[in-house]
Ligand binder design. Structure first.
Ligand code: NAP
Length: 243
């Protein structure tokens, strides 16, 4: 079985290593998982069929752009509007979203009753999955964007700083701070973190990110993206291996 990951640049990714652990755990000797960096999605279908792939994961910046290229979407991926897992079934590309469930399950382990309102940094594919999970958990999400105009429930970074005192969950769904740009942070006001805050950064390389380190320095609870990575891969592997 041939599987893999597509994205623009993949030097940060641990997905291949983790899938190899899953193959070993399940005693699968004839499976491989490769990284396929792609400058664009041109010719995606031909490529997937020519490579003989059984499925592949999708990462930045293609989780939304891939949707028009697929034959079918499952209901949850349709609702979310982003796809991170594509199964190749009888020559058809079928899109799923395993990020959202993985985020929800890993967040639930950390949630406190005070986490009723969240700021979600970024408005890309991962942000959509996070927003869906938060709504399932009954947490009100405000999205934070560099260009908020016209986007629903979305504010700019300056306005978001004014919401920090009431929004005690902050989720980084931007790639800012990810390897190799590990000195960058999407959030400039480290002084606004308090011990009541929970900072969840979807980035897992590096860990901690500068964002998580600054939140922890001010007493906030923190979570990196590694448990979510493992869980979304496990859920994707279930999709790929049961078709
Ligand atoms: P994406 O589609 O490229 O979108 C990221 C969003 O971040 C953009 O829409 C943009 O929102 C914001 N952004 C981009 N560059 C920025 C910059 N220089 N400064 C401030 N904001 C910026 O990426 P994605 O697929 O959503 O992934 C986002 C991150 O989550 C990546 O680091 C990815 O590796 C991580 N992730 C991790 C897991 C996991 O399992 N741990 C799963 C999914 C994603 P605005 O234009 O609205 O500002």
């Amino acid at each position: 079985m041939k599987l893999g990951l597509i994205g623009k640049t993949l030097t940060h990714s641990w997905s291949q290593w983790w899938f190899e652990q899953l193959f070993r755990r399940d005693g699968i000797a004839d499976a491989e998982y490769r990284l396929y960096p792609m400058p664009s999605l041109d010719g995606l279908r031909d490529w997937a069929l020519r490579e003989g792939l059984s499925g592949f994961n999708v990462t930045i910046p293609y989780k939304e752009a891939i949707i028009p290229l697929l034959d079918r979407l499952d209901d949850e991926a349709q609702t979310i509007g982003a796809v991170n897992c594509v199964a190749v079934q009888d020559g058809q590309l079928v899109g799923y979203n395993t990020d959202s469930q993985a985020f929800r399950e890993t967040l639930q382990l950390l949630m406190q009753p005070c986490h009723t309102h969240a700021l979600v940094l970024g408005t890309g594919g991962a942000s959509r999955a996070v927003g869906h999970a938060l709504s399932q958990l009954g947490i009100a999400a405000t999205f934070v964007s560099r260009t908020p105009d016209g986007k629903p429930s979305t504010v700019g970074y300056t306005e978001a700083e004014g919401l920090m005192a009431t929004h005690l969950l902050v989720v980084n769904a931007t790639p800012v701070g990810m390897y190799p740009d590990k000195d960058a942070t999407p959030w400039q006001r480290a002084d606004l973190w308090t011990p009541r805050h929970l900072c969840y950064d979807l980035i897992y390389n590096p860990s901690p990110t500068r964002l998580l380190q600054e939140a922890a320095d001010h007493g906030a609870s923190t979570r990196d993206g590694l448990p979510m990575l493992f869980r979304q891969a496990e859920l994707s592997w279930k999709r790929f291996s049961t078709q």
